[in-house]
Design a protein around this ligand. Structure first.
Ligand SMILES: Cc1ncc(COP(=O)(O)O)c(C=O)c1O
Length: 450
């Protein structure tokens, strides 16, 4: 397998943190574009935590959450399965070398050509929640192993999914199971999804109980229970509470180990591993309106809601930033905007930050879920590049875990940004004055205005 430079993971020696890596990159060259630092160690730690807390539940990573090849390869090396939503996702996962029996095609409304592709690739397990889907599967892949998706919503979720998918477990599921039997299709399991970024409040336990009722209904040899996604992803969140709810429900309703239990976590594995760095490239001071006594500063950064911060719009994420260089100045009212010319491109409408200058860098944590695959280069601003890192202690273990290989790692090199060429060639635009000489430049302008 050829590894391109972007797919290489830097091995970090000594003490370090993602913020240290960002600082190293920013200080090393003329870094102007936003970028991510992805800590492979966070993914590994989360995998271990999952296995420790829910040994019975096999994670099938939901690729849609973040389809970055290094993340998928790392999870493949750790031994997870994969939840794919489309032909392209199946293509990606199998191209890494993952066997098709480690994939579930978990989109209940599939295109015919994607079903045919799944069949050709040997991905046999797929979900459904409607009569039409059953008829389509009968036509294109009659040997499929089907998983019925039932609706079971958490009371609160960042992104509710029940409005789109999942048949009613009582009024619809038994009828669909009967139809599948009449069509000669094999249903092997039951799945649900409580909603992404869910506060379970007992939703997983309810889903397990509803699935149990369908297992008892007969007509098919059901042996697979799929708990879907919805697991918490941020650094401040704990998996323990949800794990305890699930373990208790499994012991109550599925005590027999003959039933295989899987789940489709996305956010859980992706969110905390990615830290985004953005740079302030412009600012505008807004004169207070009547009745307001504080000045409001608008900061413009090089990534916005058409890029990584699409998660603010689509994933309903609440994002927060820290300054790369801590400041002792008091926080002041401000807002943070993306680089495009669209007024919708607002990341933080009302924030309080110490005064920033152009060239200041902001650090955004927990940015790995539903950001990169959704981002677009609208207005010509590039989607941030990912710089992957790993601690040297972990590297020595991971490099032995196929499909990761020694070739995936870069050792002994410092992280750098793009390097400044000694003398700009003709036609090369001048370096942005917002970079190195920012302080002098700002001071000069302030003096000129006085
Ligand atoms: C079928 C399915 N499984 C799993 C997931 C992943 O959910 P989460 O990221 O909340 O774990 C999703 C997200 O939309 C999904 O649609």
């Amino acid at each position: 397998m050829k590894i391109v430079d972007e797919e290489r993971i830097r091995v970090m020696e000594g003490e370090w943190s993602p913020t240290d890596v960002i600082r190293q990159i920013v200080e090393s060259g003329t870094q102007e574009d936003p970028f991510y630092v992805m800590d492979i160690g966070e993914v590994v730690a989360r995998y271990h935590r999952w296995r420790e807390l829910m040994p019975r539940v096999e994670p099938f990573y939901a690729v849609k959450c973040n389809d970055e090849k290094l993340l998928v390869t790392t999870l493949a090396a750790l031994g997870t399965g994969f939840d794919c939503a489309s032909k392209a996702e199946i293509e990606l996962v199998t191209s890494i070398g993952v066997k098709p029996d480690r994939i579930i095609f978990a989109n209940p409304a599939k295109m015919a050509s994607h079903i045919r592709y799944s069949s050709a690739a040997g991905v046999n397990t797929m979900t459904f929640d409607s009569e039409t889907e059953l008829l389509k599967i009968k036509q294109y892949m009659p040997h499929a192993q089907l998983v019925i998706r039932i609706r079971c919503d958490a009371a609160e979720a960042q992104c509710p999914l029940g409005i789109k998918f999942g048949c009613d477990p009582v009024s619809e599921a038994p009828r669909l199971l009967k139809l599948a039997a009449v069509l000669g299709l094999e249903v092997v399991g039951v799945s649900f999804h409580v909603g992404s970024g869910a506060r379970s409040g007992g939703a997983y336990a309810r889903g397990v109980r509803l699935a149990r009722a369908l297992f008892a209904a007969g007509g098919h040899r059901l042996a697979l229970l799929d708990l879907g996604g919805g697991f918490p992803g941020g650094r401040g969140c704990s998996l323990a509470e949800v794990a305890s709810e699930i373990n208790t429900a499994l012991e109550t309703h599925f005590p027999s180990r003959s039933v295989r239990v899987i789940a489709e976590p996305g956010r859980y594995f992706a969110a905390a591993a990615y830290t985004l760095a953005t740079m302030v490239h412009a600012k505008r001071e807004v004169t207070p309106k009547e009745g307001e006594d504080e000045l409001h500063t608008m900061y413009f950064v090089n990534d916005g809601v058409y890029g990584s911060f699409n998660c603010v719009l689509y994933d309903h994420q609440v994002v927060a930033c820290e300054l790369l260089t801590p400041s002792s100045e008091p926080p002041q009212p401000c807002s943070v905007w993306g680089p495009s010319c669209d007024g919708l491109d607002c990341i933080l409408g009302a924030a309080r930050l110490p005064a920033l200058r152009t060239g200041s860098w902001l650090v955004w944590r927990d940015m790995g879920a539903y950001t990169i695959p959704v981002a677009s280069p609208f207005n010509g601003f590039p989607v941030p590049r990912v710089r992957a890192v790993i601690d040297h202690k972990l590297w020595s273990v991971l490099k032995e875990l196929w499909p990761l290989t020694e070739a995936h790692f870069a050792i002994g090199e410092r992280m750098t940004g793009p390097q400044q060429s000694p003398s700009p060639s003709p036609g090369t635009p001048d370096p942005d004055p917002a970079l190195a000489p920012a302080i002098h430049h700002a001071v000069f302008v302030e003096c000129a205005l006085k």
